[in-house]
Design a protein around this ligand. Structure first.
Ligand code: AMP
Ligand code: MG
Length: 419
């Protein structure tokens, strides 16, 4: 398969002459330069839930489709000029129940038995609650206090034909689909899920099912990244690990770039002699070394192999996870046709003290404790135990900062990152 290039060559470029690029600069560049690469299909609205919309959803019909009763009671025509204290109406023969409209007309001085959700019969505009009436000799009577329209739901009061329900780029939620169905929408134009292949690189890596050898470590990243990406609306395939060997790596890239829309790798992405992925992309593909001023973070590589975009994450699992959350999650959303994602953060009182120098953004592994937030006992960026302990990040700004007990700090729960 010969893939057409869908992204600009410079979409992963960074400002020249800056040693470590500030995070906001890097993010805003990615946001501006990435465009959807996913294809479009049409799905029944219920099967489109979770997909990114490729077109607006607009109400096809009114909701409710007809004016109806909001309660069980009696429908009548309200006369706001009638000043009498008590209203006495002739009870008409028949009824209007949900799904069984009444075909006659309600004249003035008449009332009809009606139930919740039933069509408001012609001539009636108001409903009196069944608990509020008394019945005698074929007549109902009640205290004359209702305004016209009381206890009814007007046609289109929820949604009117032509009204926008959800916009292109929104990820269709259950509730957006529910609202769409109530307004007669049958199907949605959506982006196909991107197919993403994930593999790790490194001679030292061992599959977790196997036993360690001298000098080996378990491959944490393949299963971790596969799990992360599976939560972000793409179709992800775990491709295991590849040794630090140019030939093998080249074969893997050739094969995977034919099969997947996007590749995610980890390890070997810096600019050293043992960074085989970076070496290969430099020689035979396209690569930008992403040196971003964040902690934890290590250089990552973004580039192309035969027109397939590649995100080359650092090998250290904590750095790989952080880069995946900070850069790749919003980038994948954009490539999927969705919006650039900015995680929802909250300001919470610090249960810790810390000072940092200016120059880079810090993401501390953090955990809510009551209405305060604590940070992990060690900042060692290689510690997966800190990730496992955390319920989110505390994000400290680029400038120098001194956090004292009780100061408000920015907390990003993992749930804001769809984890
Ligand atoms: P690299 O980015 O390849 O230089 O790797 C940096 C560090 O992360 C080294 O200590 C690697 O052993 C470790 N590492 C690389 N890939 C993985 C992986 N998939 N799982 C666990 N640790 C890894
Ligand atoms: Mg390595």
């Amino acid at each position: 398969m010969n893939k057409a290039k869908k992204l600009r060559n410079d979409c992963f470029a960074l400002p020249q002459g800056v040693d470590w690029t500030p995070l906001d600069k890097a993010l805003s560049h990615l946001e501006k330069s990435l465009t959807p690469i996913a294809e479009v299909e049409i799905l029944p609205i219920n099967q489109a839930i979770g997909r990114v919309l490729a077109g607006d959803l607009v109400a096809i019909s009114n909701s409710p489709p007809f004016s109806n009763s909001a309660v069980d009671g009696y429908a009548f025509r309200c006369d706001p000029t009638d000043a009498s204290e008590k209203k006495v109406l002739d009870l008409k023969e028949g009824r209007s129940a949900a799904g069984h409209p009444f075909s006659g007309v309600i004249g003035s001085g008449e009332a009809l038995r009606i139930f919740t959700g039933a069509v408001l019969p012609s001539g009636a505009d108001t409903v009196v609650l069944q608990e509020d009436i008394s019945f005698q000799n074929g007549k109902i009577s009640f205290f004359n206090s209702l305004k016209p329209g009381s206890n009814t739901r007007l046609v289109g009061e929820d949604l009117q034909t032509g009204q926008l329900i959800a916009s292109k780029g929104d990820r269709l939620t259950t509730f957006m689909a529910a609202s769409s169905i109530s307004a007669g929408i049958k199907e949605a134009k959506v982006y196909k899920r991107l197919s993403v292949g994930v593999f790790s690189t490194g001679d030292e890596l061992i599959d977790f099912q196997q036993n360690l050898n001298a000098g080996s470590v378990f491959d944490v990243n393949s299963p971790m990244l596969t799990s992360l990406f599976s939560k972000w609306g793409v179709q992800v395939t775990e491709l295991g690990k590849v040794p630090d060997n140019l030939e093998t790596l080249r074969n893997k890239l050739n094969e995977a770039s034919e099969t997947f829309d996007v590749l995610i790798t980890s390890g070997g992405a810096s600019a050293g002699d043992e960074d085989h992925l970076a070496l290969l992309l430099n020689k035979e593909g396209t690569i930008t070394e992403w040196r971003i001023a964040i902690k934890p973070g290590r250089p990552m590589a973004m580039g192309f192999w035969k027109n397939t975009p590649i995100f080359g994450l650092p090998g250290n699992p904590v750095a790989a996870a952080t880069c995946a959350l900070v850069f790749v999650r919003p980038a994948i959303s954009k490539l999927s046709g969705g919006q650039w994602l900015v995680p929802q953060a909250f300001y919470v009182s610090a249960a810790f003290e810390k000072s940092k120098k200016s120059g880079r953004r810090e993401f501390l592994r953090a955990r809510l404790a009551g209405d305060k937030v604590e940070i992990f006992k060690s900042e060692g960026s290689g510690l997966t135990s800190g990730l496992a302990w955390a319920t989110g990040f505390v994000e400290l700004p680029d400038d120098d900062v001194t956090v004292k007990l009780g100061d408000k700090v920015k907390y990003i729960p993992f749930s804001s990152l769809d984890l």
